[in-house]
Design a protein around this ligand. Sequence first.
Ligand code: TXE
Length: 484
Amino acid sequence: MDYLKNYINGTYCEAISGAWIDNYNPSTGAVYAQIPDADNKDIDAAYKAAQAAFPSWSTATIETRSRVLLKIADLIEVNLDSLAEAEARDNGKPLSLAKAVDIPRASANFRFFGNAITQFASEAHESVGLNTMNYTLRQPIGVVGCISPWNLPLYLFTWKIAPALAAGNCVVAKPSEVTPMTAYLLGEICTEAGLPPGVLNIVHGTGPSAGQAIVAHPNIKAISFTGGTETGAHIARTAAPMFKKLSLELGGKNPNLIFADCNYEKMLSVTVKSSFANQGQICLCGSRIYVEETIYEEFKKDFIAKVSALKVGNPFDDDTNIGALVSKPHMEKVQSYIKIAQEEGGSILYGGAPVTVAGSENGYYLQPTIIEIKDNGCRVNQEEIFGPVVTIMPFKTETEALELANGVKYGLSATLWTSNIDRTMRLSAQIQAGIVWVNTWLNRDLRTPFGGVKQSGVGREGGFEALKFFTEAKNVCISYDADI
Ligand code: TXE
């Protein structure tokens, strides 16, 4: 049994209360580790360490901060295999995916922001004729809170921490209690990279206890959160009266609009990925598939054929395409939606059932599931399922496709498959989403803004947007005497 610890002031420690939480391996259903059940006392200890470290970290040279971040990036790469194994065990995702995507991206996050901070600049505005010069001073905020979810554990944890640290803040961070392992391992890497004690504090525990304590802490001045929309709303309610800066990356129910004039083969193979990568547990997955009527039947047949070839299996098997869902409650939630779909009159075209994997009979495995729907407003098409479940439906015209795409409360991303440039331009402008991918999916350049509209969140991260979020802009206005 592994016993994970909080990483506070550069050292590992248990929760002050001495309480622990079980940590499950979703591919076997067995408890394999214990994590500290931190509460507001631990958060306050983490805050105090961060506050003490702030004067020196916030005034360290850009080169110093950059060097430490780049070193962390290097060490994540050096430890790629062991981190990927830890991620696969903790989350249930295929090891091959953790190796190819999650851990390389965690390293890339540190490398990107370690470099970006050396290029981050602020504006100057000369009030011509008034002998006045303004410049914008971008200062670190102080101690900030980063709270991340379980679907892309180290990937999203570092996506928040790296820009916060690069900008000169000190951080109190909490990974999801469902997938704490790689965040725990990151502490050691940070120490080895020479990150000064207290600059980053990693605390483990539940959302209502440790997470809430971060959000409610009066001196933690900004919160970057990725997770469910309901949790985001709760966080906003807590933080708003204290006027904290908030960046909320929440749920999605992303449309895939497939037009007959697209590159069919490319569309087909990318759509399989955008539907089921990471067991469908990515906020950017294209969970609503709309297909132009003229190719609908052909698409249905080919899509089912490709999806039925995916192998659901143990995350550690090389040929596994779909691993285990992250937890028992989550598996139950996803299954409940499959039942709802049937009650609502949806047709299960493929999947819908749990899978028993030999040697891992108690793991949380589910078939990739395709549901044909008739009504855009049905619950399975409106609510975030966040599992290996997609809906499909035909459309006749571009206008109808746009209406269907925008007919949900979410607005994170959308994917458009067409070779018509006019249509691309029209729809990209009118689709209500923070990201529109055209003839591609999950194609991320870290310099671009990332975030959603409607109930998918507020604020943008990525590139200089993240560095702006993690700094306060101060206008310095200088009147000078023009006469010598
Ligand atoms: O997420 P939560 P859950 C969606 C997805 C999923 C649903 C619920 O639909 O089924 O959300 O998942 C911390 N104050 N997404 O319940 O609760 C929590 O400890 C402060 C979409 O697992 O939002 C964890 O670290 N923090 C999504 C983090 O919030 C709190 C990714 C996310 O957990 C808190 C995950 C509180 N009061 C789920 N309550 C995405 N956008 O990628 C919880 N937390």
